[in-house]
Write a new protein. Sequence first.
Length: 294
Amino acid sequence: MDAVITYVNGLDPVWQAEYAASTSSEKFLAKRYRDWGTLKYLLRGIEKYMPFIENVFLLVSGESQVPGWIDRSAVKVVLHKDVIPSRFLPTFNSTTIEMFMHMIPGLGEEFLYFNDDMFPVSDCTPEDFFRDGKAVIGFYRHFLAGSRYKKRARNSDHQARKALGMSPGLSFVRPQHTCSPMLKSENETLYEFSRDDIFKVISKFKATENFNQYLYLDYLYYKGKTVRGRISNKHLSPVVHNHEIIASHILKPSTKLLCINDVSMSDESYARYSEAVLSAFQTHFPLPSRFEVK
């Protein structure tokens, strides 16, 4: 089993120059591209709690995005240009990147897709994510798609059904928000069928008409390639959890994985949250992993 991590550091001046050249908007969504400095703890979590992971792939826009502490003999760095057609680059849209992850050279059949805000914090087993060649993940069912996020989820559901010769339903499914178990061969099959439809809706920045990673998970669901079972995960957000509560879940986790979402907040709040989160992670993971330069 492999792991794919998508990562962006919005403080990188090379990345910022590309961003500025790609939009006329002066608005910069800090919460979407802000680097909390937690990537090393995600990797420490993989080493400690997911020893069954064979290869870790770090998918980034360019060389300037690779942290200097990454040991490239242990982490396989993949650039966007290695997997995404040049006509769609540069991209600042995670849904675009998600369409092409299965094209990573050397990627194994079973892989977990991590955003860089998801962290293993307790012992995991391979069966938490795959059983008998099927992906383990929970799904929710929705009838309304009020937000842009849910509209992308609905788009993905409809396209997955189309690929299997099914008509759109009155409802749509949405996978659990956690690291995503995927099957490379199934992604490839769906991509080949849906290539033209995917290309029509790709955009440099997020848009309502996009598909997202749920396209591949929904396809597995409708094809009977999933096991219905929730991955042990806790979703945390500064909108509803203060910094002390988030830190406590890192120090004494009640689930196997944590997702800590970034949100818009003042500089003062960000400083308070980031200090608490980093301190808690350092206490939980005091030792460097094999993914870090010694």
